[in-house]
Design a protein around this ligand. Sequence first.
Ligand code: CO8
Length: 263
Amino acid sequence: TATRSYEYIQVSEPRPGVGQVTLNRPKALNALSTPLITELNTALRTFQSSPSISAIVLTGSERAFAAGADIKEMAPLTFSQAYTTSFIESWSDLTTALKKPLIAAVSGHALGGGCELALMADILYCTRTANFGQPEIKLGTIPGAGGSQRLTRAVGKAKAMELVLTGKSFSGEEAEKWGVAARVFEGYGELMEGALGTAETIAGYSRVAVQAAKEVVNRSQELGLRDGVEYERRVFHGLFGSRDQKIGMEAFAGKKKAEWSHE
Ligand code: CO8
């Protein structure tokens, strides 16, 4: 992928098959302004269509993953402006358009829209001292990018209600204990090592199977158990039509390493 020039993010390919987006608006603790989100969407779309990328890591700085939506941009917005421009609707491009796995590596502040952005990722890793929260109530508003829904699914209603109503933050250590984060790390270096390592592992598998795996796990958040299991079985059956299913199972039987065709 050609590294384009962005103003608010940095884009790299740090490992084979792995794309990285680093939010880079340090003066505002990576506050998620509309231009930043536009760049993020462009970068993710570019990785999505790149045949050399199989998994993506999204991170911020050691100090801040993202301190929320840009409060200074939102302050003067009127209802009719927000409504008619579908303010923040483009955020959900991240979850709907991206078929490749996205790993959020969170250090420092992940507040408001920053917490919601992290919750949109397929896998969330963080440092022990990461600072998560939905403080919108303190600004006279509420989460607007899925926080009330995704956080509640992740931690349950009791904790989510307390967090959203008080605006109190929670630590990376708690995020891991409560099931928001898949894994917690001591420092930023270990966090990035862990996130890139997992992305590289995923990038070593069949891209067809990886996309299907992400799709079926995400369906569990939308469907009842019976429909979800049936959906999974349909996709599982479908994979017998892929070349990589034959390659993977024949390699196992022949005690060889699978050389994926991604077909
Ligand atoms: N928006 C705009 N600027 C910000 C934001 C933000 N969310 N967060 C920090 N900044 C700016 C500060 O204004 C400051 O700028 P300046 O130097 O020009 O004064 C700079 O970043 C550094 O911040 P601080 O000096 O405050 O740094 P501290 O280390 O003292 O404090 C905190 C760090 C605790 C993170 C503090 O900055 C803070 O409380 N920030 C706001 C956190 C917050 O309330 N986030 C929620 C925002 S609302 C939201 O996300 C709604 C989501 C709705 C859906 C999505 C809509 C797009």
